[in-house]
Design a protein around this ligand. Structure first.
Ligand SMILES: CC(=O)N[C@H]1[C@@H](OP(=O)(O)OP(=O)(O)OC[C@H]2O[C@@H](n3ccc(=O)[nH]c3=O)[C@H](O)[C@@H]2O)O[C@H](CO)[C@@H](O)[C@@H]1O[C@H](C)C(=O)N[C@@H](C)C(=O)N[C@H](CCC(=O)O)C(=O)O
Ligand SMILES: Nc1ncnc2c1ncn2[C@@H]1O[C@H](COP(=O)(O)OP(=O)(O)OP(=O)(O)O)[C@@H](O)[C@H]1O
Length: 522
């Protein structure tokens, strides 16, 4: 939803780079906003209708008209409306371009870096953002955790990572107004597929990796990969910008997506990776419990870097950020190293919780099989004690992931405690049983190597009570998130608070109370 007068209807339509069909003459009325939800429609708005997974937006056209809109954009053959009906072949694409046009194409005046991938987008986006700041650029970022517009940190309260196109364009417009020259945008597969970032005129595209996620929505790995690939096809469609176009695709040489993405790219590309063959590599990697040190090596330079991030996957994230900024934007490699050093970590990613206990307690956001694998491998690097993992798998989302994540945990953790993680309207017991089957397929024994504990508070309590000195308890999957969904209700929940509460109970020290979840009543 957008809400101020910018252009008249004919002006806006004239600026769209897509085909639009209508009958008669468009009235010269001002457009005050654009929305895809009839409940947000206000006088002067354009309502953009498209079919969804639950309902078809076209059915709400009469309700939107009652609210005083000036035009409807849709994909069906419709006639006889009291206001202009503009037919397009893809309404979501039209929504994106209309939103961009409404704000007078803000991305055109900035350098836009898009980051996609299954895991590591937020971390890599923030690394790029820190490098831009260290190099003296005025930069903004829109990521899962927040949006930063100059000095302003906007708690976006996103239920989605990549906001809808009107929101994305509004953020870009505010950034341009604040005088920012660079913006980092996290682009999810849903965001790319649903045209939420169409019209963002990307200059540099970065992929972290493409593994297993959201196959419920995309249907197959190939379709999921193709959605992510859109970032790279969009790179070649970016028009010339007044300040020039850097244009670079940054690909992960170690990832299974590499050849596919390379075949899509029509702009200069560079690769990064830990294995031989990448344009940008890491050498002399030293893993420490609370930091990483390594050299980033390019064709004609070697730059030592140090970061408080941990785990091999963060070497990869740093390489991706370095490639985007040093090779893509021409930033000095020392500034890049400084930016990497300045990054203090992303909330809820390998975040340590310490209340004086004799073992490690960590909250992480791993919620895909590969992320969980990386998180547990990193846990192994941190401790010589046992690794006790607590996590679940979401309801109404990718089902196969449940089994795969349980398999990973059975292989890499000493003890796995499967628990609630946004079951939504699905049966929590059903989800946990699917996970149990995954663990059992790896020979793990229920009640010995793995447990089913529906209440997440109890699961975290159990993990810390089991822990001996030097063990490592890791709660994965909720990270920085602030709520958990049971049925259709979001209950306030923060794994970091829950971990503190469990530790305080164990140690008999003051601490927060364990947050409530409906599973506690069972
Ligand atoms: C599964 C999915 O992609 N859902 C998106 C989809 O919703 P939907 O298909 O259910 O829409 P729908 O309810 O059927 O409605 C269809 C149309 O009718 C309109 N409508 C509907 C009802 C009404 O009363 N009036 C009305 O106008 C709706 O506004 C919509 O335009 O279209 C909506 C409008 O574009 C999105 O907001 C919604 O994202 C929901 C919130 C969501 O949860 N998305 C998640 C899965 C998501 O996008 N995740 C990614 C990946 C995160 C990650 O990788 O970690 C993200 O970027 O966050
Ligand atoms: N490059 C990587 N490869 C594999 N796993 C990673 C990588 N980077 C981070 N992770 C794991 O993924 C988790 C989420 O990291 P991050 O938030 O950076 O990813 P994301 O792609 O933004 O996730 P989301 O799309 O859900 O916001 C981390 O807590 C960590 O466990």
């Amino acid at each position: 939803m957008i809400g101020f007068v910018r252009r008249t209807l004919p002006e806006l339509i004239r600026h769209l780079p897509i085909q639009v069909f209508w009958e008669g003459t468009l009235p010269d009325v001002p457009v005050t906003g654009i929305t895809y939800n009839h409940r947000d429609a206000q006088p002067g708005y354009i309502f953009v209708a498209f079919p969804g997974t639950r309902v078809d937006g076209h059915t709400f056209i009469p309700h939107a008209i009652e609210r005083g809109i000036v035009a409807v954009v849709g994909m069906q053959e419709i006639s006889g409306l009291s206001i202009p009906y503009l037919r397009v072949s893809n309404s979501r694409e039209a929504l994106a371009y209309l939103s961009a046009a409404f704000y007078n194409f803000p991305a055109h005046e900035m350098t836009v870096i898009g980051v996609t991938g299954t895991d590591g987008k937020t971390t890599t986006s923030n690394l790029i953002y820190q490098i831009l700041l260290a190099a003296g650029h005025s930069a903004g970022i829109v990521s899962t955790v927040n949006a930063v517009i100059g000095d302003e940190v906007v708690d976006t309260g996103f239920h989605v990572t990549t906001p809808e196109a009107p929101e994305v364009q509004r953020y870009l417009s505010r950034m341009r107004a604040a005088g920012l020259t660079h913006v980092v945008l996290e682009a999810t597969s849903h965001g790319l597929e649903q045209h939420r970032v169409t019209g963002c005129e990307f200059d540099v595209g970065v992929v972290t990796n493409i593994t297993h996620e959201h196959l419920d929505y995309h249907g197959s790995y190939e379709a999921y990969r193709a959605a992510k690939g859109r970032l790279f096809t969009m790179l070649s469609e970016t028009p010339e910008k007044p300040h020039g176009n850097p244009r670079l695709a940054v690909l992960n040489r170690d990832d299974q997506s590499y050849e596919y993405l390379q075949s899509l790219v029509r702009v200069p590309a560079v690769s990064y990776g830990l294995a031989e063959g990448a344009d940008l590599r890491a050498e002399n990697i030293r893993y420490e419990a609370d930091r990483l040190r390594f050299d980033i090596v390019g064709r004609d330079f070697r730059q030592p870097v140090e970061t408080c991030l941990v785990g091999e996957y963060n070497v990869s994230n740093c390489l991706a950020a370095f490639a985007a900024t040093v090779l893509g934007l021409g930033i000095d490699s020392q500034h890049a190293a400084q930016g990497i050093a300045n990054m203090s970590g992303v909330p809820g990613r390998m975040e340590r919780i310490h209340m004086g206990q004799s073992f490690h307690a960590i909250v992480d956001f791993a919620h895909t099989p590969n992320a969980l694998k990386q998180a547990l491998l990193t846990a192994r690097q941190i401790t010589r004690g046992r690794v006790i993992a607590v996590f679940g798998s979401a309801g109404l989302r990718d089902r196969e992931k449940r089994r795969l994540m349980a398999e990973v945990s059975a292989q890499l953790a000493d003890i796995s405690i499967f628990t609630a993680e946004d079951p939504r309207t699905e049966s929590l017991e059903g989800i946990l049983e699917e996970m149990a089957r995954g663990a059992e397929s790896q020979g793990a024994v229920r009640g010995k190597q793995f447990y089913l504990v529906p209440d997440r508070g109890d699961a975290i309590r159990m993990a810390v009570q089991m822990a001996k000195p030097d063990d490592l308890v890791i709660a994965c999957g909720k990270g920085h998130e602030q709520s958990m969904c049971f049925g259709e209700t979001e209950y306030p929940w923060d794994d970091r608070v829950a971990m503190r509460a469990a530790l305080a109970e164990l140690l008999g020290v003051p601490g927060p109370a364990m947050p409530y979840l409906p599973t506690r009543e069972r």
